[in-house]
Design a protein around this ligand. Structure first.
Ligand code: HEM
Ligand code: HEM
Length: 363
């Protein structure tokens, strides 16, 4: 199927819905068995993640199979409507697949690890509803300067700028939670992963809102600037919060006080942050170089550079990206070995797994 991020054919799509419903049932069962009467905000984000991803997947993949014997099908959407549904799906995949669940992690693991309650619970609820409401409208910023009606593009652009408010509310809430725990951020690489994740969440959403403004998008679209933005979100924000969560959970599940090799966590932190910065800074340069080369004209009104020249100009940036990627990969391998060493040292026990997070085992 020729849809970005939605390639599987109809029979695989139906199978994915079945799997997703099983996942939802597991989530609801877990929620029903909770000891707290209140449902903490992290679970709201997980609920939004599961429900909205299901809705997006079903609507974007509505299709008529050619026959039951052939694997092919025709989408029920066509032309510009198809493009709009695809990017309504695509951008909400960013929001609910690549952000909502990770915000759930941030709201859970950051207070646990820093030993501080979330700075403003009320703000966390407000930003939840803000994100759920605003994100749904922004997909058309992927279709600037296309056949999509101009006012629909403007609507997407306007909502994208407004989206910065709830996004920064979450990032700010996380950073303000660390007030009074900055010494822990300095000493504990696991908490530092979470802090850096919150900072990158703020930076990548600022960049996204900026790139959604039509004239800015005329420069950034089709270039590696988009790739820089993607990875400041997926590496700087998503991967960092995941590493923070892994380093909190693995000792917990192994019934140990800390990771087997605490210094390796420190190494991983610097490799991950350094590699991500090398990656995105090289892609910013690559993207802006491409955008400017494609819009430079000579005195006769002809393009000054051929497309091939703009590809050749990318060589140093792509080499740098490979270096950044290698640093990130090395850090991830260290993380995997550290997890294995931690889990091997003490076999997982039921008591270890049941101990509430943040409570150290009795010696
Ligand atoms: C306020 C929040 C955000 C806004 C307004 C926003 C806006 C944008 C814009 C304008 C583009 C470029 C569209 C184009 O020219 O085709 C884009 C691309 C993208 N963004 Fe964001 N962004 C936000 C946050 C994020 C985050 C946090 C992530 C990841 C965790 C992310 C992942 C992506 C991806 C994967 C693409 C590339 C889509 C594609 O063309 O394949 N965005 N975003
Ligand atoms: C070592 C780390 C990583 C490296 C070296 C890397 C590299 C790349 C490369 C080379 C591309 C193709 C860019 C192009 O179209 O020219 C890409 C695209 C993409 N990557 Fe990564 N990546 C990494 C980690 C991740 C992670 C952890 C995620 C998600 C959590 C991710 C999500 C994406 C997405 C969504 C795209 C498509 C972007 C678009 O269509 O504009 N990447 N990545």
């Amino acid at each position: 199927q020729s849809k970005e991020y939605a390639e599987p054919e109809w029979y695989a799509d139906i199978w994915l819905v079945v799997i997703w419903l099983v996942y939802f049932a597991l989530y609801l069962r877990t929620l029903a068995r909770r000891h707290e009467p209140h449902i903490y905000v992290a679970n709201w984000y997980y609920m939004a993640f599961i429900l909205v991803v299901a809705m997006l997947h079903i609507v974007n993949n509505l299709a008529l199979p050619v026959s039951l014997r052939v694997a092919e099908s025709f989408p029920i959407w066509s032309g510009v409507q198809d493009a709009m549904v695809q990017w309504w799906y695509g951008h909400n995949a960013v929001a609910f697949f690549l952000t909502a669940g990770f915000l759930g992690m941030l709201y859970y693991f950051l207070p646990v690890r820093s030993g501080r309650p979330i700075w403003s619970y009320r703000l966390s609820i407000l930003s939840f509803w803000g994100i759920v409401f605003f994100y749904i409208w922004v997909g058309s910023h992927h279709l600037h300067y296309t056949a999509l009606p101009y006012w629909v593009q403007t609507l997407g652009m306007t909502f994208s700028v407004m989206l910065l408010v709830p996004s920064w509310a979450s990032a700010g809430n996380a950073i303000a939670t660390l007030n009074g725990a900055w010494h822990k951020v300095r000493d504990d690489a696991t908490l530092r992963f979470m802090f850096v994740a919150a900072v990158f969440y703020g930076l990548s959403t600022f960049e996204g809102s900026f790139m959604a403004i039509r004239p800015v998008n005329s420069l950034s679209h089709y270039t590696d600037w988009t790739v820089a933005h993607v990875h400041s979100g997926t590496l700087g924000w998503v991967a960092m919060i995941v590493f923070g969560a892994i380093y909190t959970l693995v000792p917990q599940l192994s019934g140990r006080e800390a990771m087997a090799w605490p210094r390796a966590v420190e190494w991983h932190f610097w490799l991950a942050v350094g590699g991500t910065l090398v990656y995105i800074i090289s892609m910013w340069n690559a993207g802006i170089t491409q955008g400017l080369m494609w819009r430079t004209y000579d005195q006769h009104g002809a393009l000054s550079y051929s497309f091939l020249q703009s590809v050749e100009a990318m060589a140093p940036y792509y080499l740098l990206r490979a270096l950044g990627g290698a640093m990130i990969l090395t850090g991830a391998v260290i993380c995997a070995l550290n997890c294995r060493a931690t889990m091997r040292a003490t076999p997982m026990t039921a008591e270890g797994a049941d101990r509430p997070l943040g409570v150290q085992p009795a010696e």
